[in-house]
Design a protein around this ligand. Structure first.
Ligand code: NAD
Length: 511
């Protein structure tokens, strides 16, 4: 992670600094540490972001802890009203939020608006919180005895989010966290931090009490302070697998409830009976949308049998038509990558793949914006004849590079997916319902698409992978989200007639 000392007399001295949001107001950083925020389409640094110290994180926890008793005691009806207002305000400010995503992440406006649409669905789900928190009630479990279950909030909870969805992933977390009565601290990615502050303002304007939602910007120092703070009850994380594992191990060792979603390597199986054009459209859309910087992007296409050659041709034919450019160009379909360092790492897989014997069908470095722009652009790349031991298959590339593998049978294709350490998403393309159903039964992956290349569950299901794509038990948002942010209490209750009371040292029986 970057921590830059500001060069004396540098042109960046006068740039605006993005600070924190603590106790219902914007707060400038005081640690003296900060990192650069770039516009990926121009390659220029446009802002700084303050990096919180352990003490600054502590003041956010203090604000959240102070707000908790009042917020958890706020009636469900009032909390619902505030959730509806939040939903409406975020909806009204979609374009403003999308512009911030384009400016700092680089995704084109249509993609940024898609991110917001899926995020807002989580706010809408949380508007149903009275229904979601209904517990069970059993009357007369013994004579005059009733049992019921209630779900209560945990207290102060924190969310640590990745660069690739600066608005949606925070909404995955805070919508259910605050609706269930917790107070929340968000630690956004330091690469695109501004959307978090606009969200904070909208939440305040919607009537959310001060301290219920806080934002602490920063790097590993802020993350470690979250993991160590005794007053933080739970941590939700989304990011790369090594950090997810670290968050899970450290957080749980410190007694916290943790859900940590990690990286991915999503396979798209194409069976010989599939419609080749439809499969090629899906592979290009899901491989190159958001420049491949999605944890549900298709990373590798596994072509079974005779479909391989026509599918490679069909994908290759589509690549020159993908319009690459800055978000300011209304015709652009794919923007730059998030940083130069990341762009160069992604491009390096083309060299290692060629050296390890793969075939480079399309090389994104040949796109004019790669060399001809200061922005972090890379064109679309297609690598064929990929083998499981190659770096371009083993690593999560997280960029606009689609790899292709050729296998003879469905069983071989399934083995590839199930042997892979990641298990986030997968898709099968076929016209055979029986084959699709068998795949859904066999595959060790958390989210499966049948002729759907990016099977991100809707907000009333839950999102999460298996294996190295998730550390923890509960998936994110939806019903699992409600469960994650609450703990259950079971009450056994009797209102006896005092005249029937007596001493009985036996273990309580129901019959
Ligand atoms: P990242 O792991 O580098 O960063 C995620 C968060 O962790 C950021 O807030 C960052 O500041 C923090 N962080 C980074 N390094 C840290 C360290 N050493 N110690 C403590 N905290 C640290 O991930 P990223 O590059 O921002 O996002 C891309 C990754 O996220 C990809 O691997 C992608 O697959 C994954 N992702 C997964 C999902 C999912 O739902 N499974 C969704 C989106 C992104």
């Amino acid at each position: 992670m970057t921590q830059l000392a500001e060069p004396a007399g540098s042109a960046t001295t006068s740039l605006a600094a993005i600070g924190h949001w603590i106790g219902g107001r914007a707060v400038a950083g005081t640690s003296g540490r900060r990192g650069p925020v770039f516009n990926p389409a121009t390659g220029t640094q446009e802002k700084w972001v303050d990096f919180a110290s352990t003490e600054e994180l502590g003041s956010a926890v203090a604000a959240a802890a102070a707000a908790f008793p009042g917020w958890r005691a706020t009636s469900l009806s009032k909390r619902t009203d505030i959730m509806f207002r939040i939903r409406n305000l975020v909806d009204q400010h979609r374009n403003e939020l999308a512009a911030l995503l384009t400016a700092e992440h680089g995704k084109v406006p249509s993609d940024a608006l898609g991110e917001l649409a899926r995020g807002i669905e989580n706010l809408e789900f949380a508007c149903g919180i009275p229904q979601l928190l209904k517990g069970g009630f059993s009357e007369q479990v013994s004579t005059g005895v009733d049992v019921y279950q209630i779900r209560q909030p945990l207290g102060v909870v924190a969310g640590i989010t990745p660069f690739n969805f600066p608005a949606m992933v925070p909404m995955w977390m805070f919508a259910n966290a605050i609706a269930t009565g917790n107070t929340f601290i968000l630690k956004p990615s330091e690469k695109d931090p501004s959307a978090s502050l606009l969200l904070a303002q909208l939440l305040r304007d919607a009537g959310l009490p001060d301290g219920v939602f806080n934002v602490v910007q920063g790097d590993k120092v802020a993350v470690d302070a979250i993991l160590d703070h005794p007053d933080i009850a739970a941590v939700s994380f989304v990011g790369s697998t090594p950090i997810a594992k670290y968050i899970y191990e450290t957080g749980t060792r410190n007694g916290k409830r943790v859900q940590a979603l990690g990286g991915a390597k999503n396979h798209m199986l194409v069976l010989p009976d599939a419609d080749v054009n439809m499969a090629a459209d899906a592979a290009v859309s899901a491989g190159f949308g958001s420049a491949g910087e999605r944890c549900m992007a298709i990373a590798t296409v596994v072509a079974v049998g005779s479909v391989h050659d026509p599918l490679v041709d069909a994908i290759k034919a589509r690549l020159p038509k993908v319009k690459i450019g800055p978000g300011s160009d209304p015709t652009a379909e794919m923007g730059p990558l998030v940083t130069k360092q990341h762009r160069d790492k992604v491009a390096s897989y083309l060299d290692s793949a060629a050296a390890q014997g793969a075939t480079i069908v399309a090389d994104g470095r040949e796109h004019p914006l790669y060399a001809g722009s200061e922005g972090f652009f890379l064109g679309t790349s297609l690598i064929d004849d990929v083998q499981p031991e190659m770096d371009c298959y083993r690593d999560e590339i997280f960029g606009p590079v689609l790899t292709m593998m050729r296998v003879d049978t469905y069983e071989e294709a399934l083995r590839l997916v199930n042997d892979n350490p990641y298990g986030n998403g997968t898709a099968i393309f076929t016209r055979d319902g029986g084959a699709a159903r068998q795949f859904q039964f066999d595959v060790n992956v958390g989210m499966v698409g049948v002729n759907v290349p990016i099977p991100v569950p809707v907000a009333y299901y839950s999102f999460g992978g298996w294996k190295s794509s998730l550390f923890g038990d509960l998936h994110m948002y939806g019903p699992d989200g409600i469960q994650f942010y609450t703990r259950s209490k079971v009450v056994t209750s009797r209102w006896p007639d005092p005249a029937t009371s007596s001493v009985d040292l036996g273990f309580p029986r129901t019959r």
